[in-house]
Design a protein around this ligand. Structure first.
Ligand code: GDP
Length: 329
């Protein structure tokens, strides 16, 4: 690691002072896989915990091409105009490959880039989802400590990453477009249940009747789910991210959502449950890594894999026996 590495205290002070360059370096630190960096990262994240938690965390998902980066750019500007400090993070590990290298290519967020109250962090490339998700969670905390009160976490609609985003944000916005034929088929049932707000983008290209039809299809699909006691019912709104229309309604919905879940206690309860869930996720991740990094264990696990695939041992019993080995090796 570089000689001019900052101490925990220097990192902390820089972050609390809202210095973007220090925040950027701190995020690089939490993304690092080196053991020394991890130690420093742990100390840093623990030290800034008292200054975290005060933002609204918005998750945004949707297929490539629906306009997520355009939306974040436009809606981000809308948020700046109502005096928010906006941080934008991405959780998609494959964004570079899928061509949706949204945040990596900063020119695609022209309105936000370089603005004083904006922090944009490209998606880390080339690490597996588990690692990406955890570093994104810590990045959220670092952004909050740096004073960002609106954190947007973006993901491309690919299974697991949506669950991860759901588990680190307060609200999940699903961005879609009309007429692509994938409005509903493209959404797996599991994702539908996670969504808090649907926004049909590119309304400038859609005829009114068709927009009405798309909205009622969504409404129909969403009504198959039970009413939500703690959270406002899912709303289906539309916008043109390109022309910056429809943002008022979206802003209003988010604000009334935030108010409702804050008043009824769901906001805090959900945040607490999320933290516990991340602790457990992380534990599983550590056990998996421990096995992968220990040659003796790895060989044993491979033996169990053969036994299980040849029907000589039940999968559950194999897991139990591997678990017992963990205590010994
Ligand atoms: P992402 O892959 O979901 O991040 O999508 P992008 O933000 O990169 O947008 C994909 C394409 O759709 C770009 O050419 C955008 O200019 C275009 N686009 C995004 N929003 C709108 C919109 O509201 N109206 C129109 N007409 N085009 C849009």
């Amino acid at each position: 690691m570089a000689k001019n590495r900052l101490t925990t205290e220097e990192f902390k002070n820089g972050i609390l002072a809202g210095e973007k360059s220090v925040l950027g370096r701190a995020i690089t630190l939490v993304e690092s896989k080196s053991v020394d960096d991890r130690k420093l990262a742990n100390a840093l994240v623990n030290s800034i915990l008292p200054y975290t938690g005060k933002s609204f965390r918005l998750g945004i998902t949707g297929a490539p091409g629906v306009g997520k980066s355009t939306f974040i750019d436009g809606f981000g500007e809308f948020l700046l105009n109502i005096d928010k400090k906006v941080a934008v993070l991405a959780i998609d590990p494959s964004s570079k490959i899928s061509g949706g290298s949204i945040l990596g290519d900063k020119t695609r967020m022209e309105k936000l880039v370089g603005k004083p109250n904006v922090f944009i962090r490209p998606s880390p490339a080339g690490i597996e989802l588990g690692g990406v998700a955890q570093s994104t969670l810590e990045s959220i905390l670092l952004c909050e400590a740096a004073g960002y009160d609106f954190v947007v976490v973006e993901t491309v609609g690919v299974g697991q990453s949506e669950t991860a985003v759901k588990e680190m944000t307060d609200m999940l916005l699903f961005l879609s477009i009309a007429g692509a034929g994938d409005d509903l088929q493209g959404i797996k049932r599991g994702i539908m249940e996670m969504i808090d707000l649907v926004v049909i983008n590119k309304s400038d290209q859609i005829e009114k009747e068709i927009l009405g039809e798309v909205k009622s299809n969504f409404a129909h699909a969403l009504h198959l789910f039970p009413p939500r006691a703690a959270k406002p019912d899912v709303e289906i709104l539309s916008c043109s991210a390109l022309n910056a229309t429809g943002f008022d309604e979206i802003g209003q919905f988010i604000s009334s959502y935030h108010q409702k879940v804050s008043r009824n206690g769901f906001f805090e309860e959900n945040r607490k449950a999320q933290k516990i869930s991340w602790m457990n996720r992380s534990l599983i991740h550590l056990v998996e890594n421990h096995i992968q990094n220990n040659d003796k264990l790895k060989v044993n696990v491979q033996k169990f894999e053969s036994l299980v695939s040849d029907n000589k041992l039940s999968p559950l019993d194999a897991a139990r026996q591997i678990f017992e080995l963990l205590n010994l090796v």
